[in-house]
Structures are given as C-alpha cells and as structure tokens.
Design a protein around this ligand. Structure first.
Ligand SMILES: Cc1cc2nc3c(=O)[nH]c(=O)nc-3n(C[C@H](O)[C@H](O)[C@H](O)COP(=O)(O)O)c2cc1C
Length: 370
C-alpha cells in the first residue's frame, strides 16, 4: 500500500523551500532535490534491489526531485565496473517500478546520464578508487578529447570524429530509454572531470580541431550532446546540466569561463537549469570547503545569464537552505550526503520550518512527535 499523502498547496505563507516549482510541464512539490550519488552496486549496469530502496526511500522522505546516480550511456562510459547503466532495454525495464513508485509518492523521478571519459575504469571507493588498466581483469581502454591522463592513471585514447559521433548517438539513445523507463527529468553530467567536462577544460583538452582551442570550440561537444539528448527527450520535459563551475586550479576552467559557456547554452534554448558543482578534473585542485561553498556559483550564474540554477555542497541546515531560496540566490537546493544520512530530512525540515504542505506518510504519521 503506497498511498500518497503529499499535497501541493500553493500557500504563500509556506517556507520558500517548500513552495512548488514548475519546470516545463513538470511540477516539483518543493525545491529539495536529491543529488546524484553513485552506489557502485550494480552488475552489468543493472539497477538492483539496493537502488530501488535507496531512491524510493528519499521519495517517501519528502524530496521534490529524486535523482539516480550517474547512469552511464555505454559500458565503456562507466566510472567503475559496478556503476549503473542505461545502454540496453533490460536496464530500461528494470527502472520502471522505481520511477512509478517515486511518482506515486509525489516526487519527480530524475536520471543523471553521463560518460566517465578518462576517469572511467576505476575501482570502487571502498576498494581504493584505483585506475584499472585495460591489461588488468575488469579494466578497459578509456577515451577522452586528448590522450593526457588524469593524474597517473592509464592514458585515454584521443577521440576521432567517428568516436565522438558514436558517443553522441549513445547520449541520444540513453535519453530515449530514460523516457521509456518513466523518468520525468533528465540531467547530463558534464562535471567532475568526466568526458563532457574534460572537453570544456583547457587542462584536459588540447585538441586543434573544432572541439578544442577557444571556449566556443571547447563547448562544442556538450552543445552537440545537448542537441542529441533533446532529439529524443520531449520538449515538454525538463533538462538539467551539471557543470563544474571551476577547476580550482591555476590555468583551468574558471567561473568567468562558465558564465560564458552558460550564455551559449542559454541561447541554444534546450537546457532548463544549471546544477552548479565544481572540481574533479585535476588532482592539484584546492577547494575551500565550507557549508554552501558552491552557492556563489549558482548565484552568479543565475544573476548574469538569467538561467535557473541549483546549488549543491554541504547544505544541511534548513534555515540556510530557506535563506538561499527565499533571497532568490538559486532555484533549488541539492542535497547529497545530508540525504544519505537522513532520507527523512525534508519531513524534519518541514516540521522545523512549520511548512504545512509536506505531510508524513500515513504509515509513519505516529512518528511525527520528534
Ligand atoms: C557517495 C557519493 C557519490 C556521488 N556520486 C555522484 C554522481 O553519481 N554524480 C554526480 O554528479 N555527483 C556525485 N557525487 C557528488 C554529489 O552529487 C554532491 O555534488 C556532493 O556530494 C556535494 O554535495 P553534498 O555536500 O550535499 O554531499 C557523489 C557524492 C557522494 C558522496
């Protein structure tokens, strides 16, 4: 029995993080989005019982948007051999019960799709996050804009134009399968040093053709990927893009560059929101981590490009989340580890902020005493 008691009441006196938001034809019941988080628990890219329970629990807990982890468009695009995929129809069909349960609970089922590029073929964090070379069992040859490796990992193969076309086609097919699987929101992963980010950053792209050099050329791959996805992802459904807004390395991608990239993407007209993350492309990065440390990226990009944004990174306090939404600094708050630690964070935050429009599931109503 999965009765949905979450009502969307457009009450002006509700806290801002609990007010609904319309994204094309989709309405999220609140501004709380669960961040994509790899679980490294799939075999052959298939969603398993763990993924179902993990994602559905956050929908029961009251998040407005529930994102899958990075779900890969091809086998070679996986970060680890145990990452999720959406490159075949079995994977597509296995997601269906999860997307329908999330919807029943009043949340939006969302999928992040991506290709790990030169950071593919690694072991899981609890096995050391080690590069697995193609010569080792379970490893494979990685690909990237150029053949510069990440740190001392095995060198990727530089992509020729046929390889680029194949990856773009994989993006398009993955988006089609995501739609058929019942997802209502899709995000392209172009952050954290994975394939699309490695095209954007001068630290990992020294190509001399139309995909390298100036910022317009370095943006070409992601803009083509966006077009490829939009060709099979319907116009009435929202599309997000996760960017690393800075490399945090001298000579790397900067926030100024990202503002220029987002202006190009805004002109393209296919993306609805920039999910503002950072780093991951160079081990020399120096990140001054503190609660909300990436909020200024979301704020500036929103202000200077007019694009909707989402802020992520050490968001935990309901009051702080409320402040950044109420003051229009960003459009969504994205919670990663906060929701790992407490799937019911949105319900607790609703109690704390006295929101009237997020109700505990009837089955759990007697727990609302704390
Ligand atoms: C276990 C774990 C797995 C992650 N996997 C992904 C991922 O698949 N895709 C992604 O874009 N970011 C991933 N991230 C980054 C988070 O989505 C988030 O941006 C980051 O943890 C900062 O937010 P937080 O402080 O709320 O956790 C992961 C983070 C963690 C902790």
């Amino acid at each position: 029995m999965t009765e949905n008691r979450h009502r969307i009441l457009k009450r002006e006196n509700n806290p801002h993080i609990f007010r609904p938001v319309k994204l094309r034809s989709v309405e999220a019941r609140n501004r709380i989005m669960m961040s994509p988080m790899c679980q490294y628990s799939a075999t052959d890219g298939m969603p398993e019982e763990w993924h179902h329970v993990h994602l559905c629990s956050r929908a029961v807990g009251g998040a407005g948007i529930v994102f899958t982890e990075a779900t890969h468009i091809s086998q070679e695009g996986r970060i680890t051999p145990n990452c999720l995929g959406i490159w075949n129809n079995e994977q597509r069909d296995a997601f269906k019960r999860t997307t329908s349960f999330i919807l029943e609970q009043g949340a939006i089922p969302a999928i992040q799709i991506g290709h790990a590029g030169r950071k593919a073929s690694t072991s899981r964090p609890w096995e050391g996050t080690r590069s697995i070379s193609p010569k080792e069992p379970g490893g494979w040859q990685t690909i990237a804009p150029t053949d510069q490796p990440f740190a001392d990992w095995h060198p990727p193969e530089a992509m020729n134009s046929g390889m680029i076309d194949r990856v773009l086609d994989d993006f398009s097919k993955a988006a089609r399968r995501a739609l058929e699987a019942g997802f209502r929101l899709l995000e392209i992963h172009a952050a954290h040093g994975y394939l699309a980010h490695s095209f954007l950053s001068p630290l990992s792209n020294s190509r001399t053709d139309g995909y390298g050099g100036n910022i317009e050329n370095r943006s070409r791959f992601i803009m083509e990927a966006i077009d490829a996805v939009r060709a099979s992802w319907p116009n009435d459904l929202p599309l997000f893009l996760r960017l690393s807004c800075t490399d945090w390395v001298e000579g790397g991608l900067t926030l100024d560059d990202t503002v220029k990239i987002v202006r190009l993407i805004r002109e393209q007209g296919a993306v609805d929101l920039i999910d503002c993350s950072s780093g991951g492309n160079d081990p020399r990065q120096q990140i001054p981590v503190h609660p909300g440390y990436q909020v200024p990226f979301a704020e500036r990009i929103k202000r200077e490009t007019g694009m909707k944004t989402a802020a992520v990174g050490l968001l935990h306090s309901p009051d702080f989340c409320e402040e950044i939404i109420a003051n229009g600094r960003t459009d969504l708050v994205v919670l990663g580890r906060t929701l790992l630690a407490d799937p019911y964070w949105p319900l607790h935050a609703a109690t704390k902020l006295r929101a009237k429009n997020l109700l505990w599931p009837v089955q759990y109503e007697r727990a609302n005493i704390f």
